[in-house]
Write a protein that binds this ligand. Structure first.
Ligand code: BEZ
Length: 212
């Protein structure tokens, strides 16, 4: 099954370092990020889990839970967590799914056989409160992810859900945004963007971030 932006995130039940997780129930009414790690006791993954744990408060501010998956057993994960906490100087702050049976990795197409037919690549799925997949990022095993970028993507998704704007290249929370091209009526623009706007081209209108 291909998972696309707009697909419903498949539900599953799987054991984790924090007990059995029924995914949709565990997500509740908030956002979630499900992200895969090629395997336990590997250097890049160790740094990623430490970094994600250090930012868990920032994800919580955005009503977002983190859930990692790695194709080893929960028993192995628990041993690995000791190394993560020792080397990254942070407490593991979210569950890691055991996936020795590859159930979740296969459900989310996280194993890319042209890269490696046994281990996952580094996939990230952003899931909204309606359980829809809203963004997907895929990196190879050799490239560690930027967790500040994941926060930036969440900020964009949550902002653009509530206002008729889009976020430009390299945008960060608080910076000017783009008025969506579908709004053309000058009165509507004035009403919806009372802070004003700058028209660089008829299709390129910048406005201060509306919710700041
Ligand atoms: C790592 O996490 O360090 C890693 C995992 C698989 C292949 C290469 C690096």
């Amino acid at each position: 099954m291909s998972l696309h932006i707009g697909s419903t995130a498949p539900d599953f039940t799987q054991d984790s370092t924090e007990g059995t997780i029924r995914f949709h129930e565990w997500l509740g009414n908030g956002w979630g990020i499900l992200f895969s790690h090629p395997r336990d006791f590997t250097p890049v993954c160790t740094t990623e889990l430490g970094r994600a744990s250090s930012l868990v408060g920032e994800f919580a501010k955005r009503n977002t839970k983190l859930l990692a998956v790695s194709v080893d057993s929960v028993k192995d994960h628990k041993e690995w967590v000791k190394d993560i906490e020792e080397t990254q100087k942070v407490k593991q702050a979210f569950p890691i799914l055991g996936d020795a049976d590859r159930k979740v990795s296969q459900l989310y197409d996280m194993i890319h056989p042209e890269a490696n037919d046994t281990f996952t690549v580094r996939s990230v799925f952003f899931i909204d409160p309606k359980k829809k997949i809203r963004a997907v990022i895929t990196y190879p095993a050799s490239t560690g992810r930027n967790f500040v970028e994941l926060l930036r993507v969440l900020d964009s998704l949550q902002l653009t859900d509530s206002h008729q704007v889009a976020t430009p290249a390299d945008w960060k929370d608080g910076e000017d945004v783009v008025i969506v091209p579908s709004i053309t009526d000058p009165e509507e623009i004035k009403r919806k963007f009372p802070k004003g706007h700058t028209q660089l081209k008829p299709y390129l209108r910048m406005t201060p971030q509306p919710n700041k």
